[in-house]
Ligand binder design. Sequence first.
Ligand SMILES: [Zn+2]
Length: 341
Amino acid sequence: MSGGLKAIQAAAETLDRLALDQSQPIDIYDAIDRCGLFLSFSALDGILGASLPQLHGVLVTTRRSPAIQRYTAAHELAHCVLHEDLMILDEESQILESSPAEQEQQAQLFASAFLMPPELVFRLADQYRIHPDSVTPAAVGQAARDMRVSFEAAARRLQQLERITYDDLDRVMAGRSRWRREALFGVPPVKGAHDVWGVRASSRPTKLTVTVGDQVTILFPENRTTGYQWIPSDPNAGDEAVRTVGDEFRIPRSSQTDGDQEPAVGQQGERVISLMPVQPGKTTRAWRLVRPFDPEQSIAEFTAELDALPAAAEQRRLQLLSTALDSPQPSPVQFASGDVE
Ligand SMILES: [Zn+2]
């Protein structure tokens, strides 16, 4: 068996051994715990991560995005599983670029297969209507976000599993810089936003689990010529946990007439409101469609519940604190690295 196939098989075996639900995003940090390895986050310089198999542990930088941190953690887990005699310090190129070294190729394949098992990839591909010859950068971006991996990692995995073609891969990679804006209904992401979420307001409440620093943009249909506008249900809602980072009214380009930006009578417009959670926790925001002179009579309402998780390193700190408070600790899954030979 080639080294690459061995690595992919080792990832599948490790997922099975840990009995993880492979239709859901993989919690790599929990998986590392359950393999009996220690995990430490640190502001590393020059390297993204390290595997220290002889010390039964891995290190991950705090200086990169959550998706890169998770990818690095899976890459280091791979080294612990596949290359248990070696201490390896990984620079960015070893984790993210194609590498001539066989052990790095193996770790990359393991990381991809571990974080993106086929069941999860196919479920999200169905959800975002990703099919051969029919895929958009926004669809790949949203699948990547849900799997908590980078755009490129998700696109390559979709091709590897033959859910998209090589031509599709080239096309979506060329459009990768546009996907966030596409997913946000054309609104540019605010500077420093992590993941992005576009939501269409509807009569049903929306529930989203996001991370502090993500941008959530909500699209409301709003027809100003009728006098109705969306207003916050609670005008006194504070900005401490969730900040409003954008609010604009616009006429969809398709319904604009040439050279005339003024809305015609009866013309449907839209309002796009962008929020950013800045503190962890649950927040509910609601809006009502009313006429300003008669704010009690709403003809539509929309509620968004945001559950904002802390950033990965902070999450990890809180997890360790809560584990220290809960005893006894669960025993780690028996982990025999000899199995993968
Ligand atoms: Zn490596």
